[in-house]
Design a protein around this ligand. Structure first.
Ligand code: UDP
Length: 313
C-alpha cells in the first residue's frame, strides 16, 4: 500500500484529494491546522482504516512515523480574503511549510508534489499563460504574500530536487470551484452562488470586465493524480481554459439559480489580475489530461452543495 501525506488535507481541494487517494488504495495521512480547513470536510473518512487525521501546523518540524511514498503539499490559505487576513501565516506556510515538507520528503525518500498557483503569473502580460511565462507580480502589494510565498515554494522545491535529488512535481492550479468550498471564503464562485441563493445583491468588483477561467474540482484532482504519477519535474498548469468575464459570470449565476438578486458593482480590490486563462497544451501533451466537466454542470453540483449547506445551517 502506498502511504501518502496530504498537508492541508481538510481544506477544499485537500479533502477531495483525501477521497481520491483513499479510493486509489493509499493509506492517507491528512494534516491540517484548521485555520481555513474544516474537519467536516473529511468527517466521512474518520473510521476508515486507510485514513488518519492529524491536527498540526506544518510550518513546524513535521514528524511522521513509518514510511512515506508521497507528499502532497496543499496547506495554505488560498482565497484572497483569507490571505489578506492571514498574511504572515500565508508567507510562513509557503516558505517554512514547504521547507519542512521537502525535508520530510528527503528523509523518507518520498515524492513531493507542490500545490502552486496561477498567481505566480500575477497580473499577466502574456495571455493565455503558459508555464514558460515568468509572471508580473507586485512583491509588496496585498496579494504579494500569497504570490511570493508560492514563487518561493517553487524555487525551494526545485532546489531540493536539484541539490538533494528529491523527486518533485509542481502543479500550477488555476481558479477551482466545487463542493466543500467555504461559503464565506470570499471567492467569486462561493460569493455569487450564496448571494443568489439568499436573494442578496450579487457583488461584481470593478466593472466586471476582468476575466477568469473556472475549473471543476474533479478535473483538478484528476490532473494532480496524473502529474504525481508522471515523470515531469517542471511546473504544469492545470485549469480549464473556458474564460469568462466576471460580469458574464454573474449573469450566468442569476440564470442558473433563477434568483431575484440584483447585480451591483463594488470597488475592484488592488492588484486584482485583469485576465487569467491557462494554456494547458503541456498537460494535454504529457498527461493526456484535459477538463471534462463543463461549467454549467460543475456549477449545478456546486449550487446543490451550497443549497444543502444553507438548509443545514
Ligand atoms: N470578485 C467579484 N465579486 C466577488 C468576489 C470576487 O467580482 O464577490 C472578482 C474578483 O475581483 C476577481 C474575480 O472575481 O476579479 C475572482 O476572484 P476570486 O477571489 O474568486 O479569485 P482570484 O482569481 O482573484 O484569486
Amino acid at each position: 500500500m502506498p502511504r501518502t501525506l496530504i498537508t492541508g488535507g481538510a481544506g477544499f481541494i485537500g479533502s477531495h484529494l483525501c477521497d481520491r487517494f483513499v479510493a486509489e488504495g493509499h493509506d492517507v495521512i491528512c494534516m491540517d491546522n484548521f485555520i481555513t480547513g474544516r474537519a467536516d470536510n473529511v468527517a466521512h473518512l474518520i473510521g476508515n482504516s486507510r485514513f488518519q487525521l492529524i491536527q498540526y501546523d506544518v510550518t513546524n518540524f513535521i514528524h511522521v512515523e513509518g514510511d512515506l511514498d508521497y507528499i502532497l503539499h496543499f496547506a495554505s490559505p488560498a482565497s484572497p480574503i483569507d490571505y489578506l487576513e492571514l498574511p504572515i501565516q500565508t508567507l510562513k506556510v509557503g516558505a517554512l511549510g514547504t521547507h519542512k515538507a521537502l525535508g520530510l520528503a528527503k528523509a523518507k525518500g518520498a515524492r513531493l508534489l507542490l500545490a502552486s498557483t496561477s498567481e505566480v503569473y500575477g497580473d499577466p502580460k502574456e495571455h493565455p499563460q503558459s508555464e514558460t511565462y515568468w509572471g508580473n507580480v507586485n512583491p509588496i502589494g496585498i496579494r504579494g504574500v500569497y504570490d511570493e510565498a508560492k514563487r518561493y515554494a517553487e524555487a525551494m522545491t526545485m532546489a531540493y530536487h536539484r541539490y538533494h535529488g528529491v523527486e518533485t512535481r509542481i502543479v500550477r492550479i488555476f481558479n477551482t470551484y466545487g463542493p466543500k468550498m467555504r461559503a464565506t471564503d470570499g471567492r467569486v464562485v462561493s460569493n455569487f452562488i450564496n448571494q443568489a441563493l439568499k436573494g442578496e445583491d450579487i457583488t461584481v468588483y470593478g466593472e466586471g470586465n476582468q476575466t477568469r477561467s473556472f475549473q471543476y474540482v474533479d478535473d483538478l484532482v484528476e490532473g494532480v493524480y496524473r502529474l504525481l504519477m508522471s515523470d515531469e519535474v517542471d511546473p504544469v498548469n492545470i485549469g480549464n481554459p473556458d474564460e469568462t468575464t466576471i460580469l458574464e459570470f454573474a449573469k450566468e449565476i442569476v440564470a442558473l439559480t433563477n434568483t431575484t438578486s440584483k447585480i451591483i458593482f463594488e470597488p475592484l480590490p488592488k492588484d486584482d489580475p485583469q485576465v487569467r486563462q491557462p494554456d494547458i497544451s503541456k498537460a494535454r501533451r504529457i498527461l493526456d489530461w484535459e477538463p471534462r466537466v463543463p461549467r454549467s454542470e460543475g456549477l449545478r453540483r456546486t449550487m446543490e452543495y451550497f443549497q444543502a449547506e444553507l438548509v443545514n445551517a
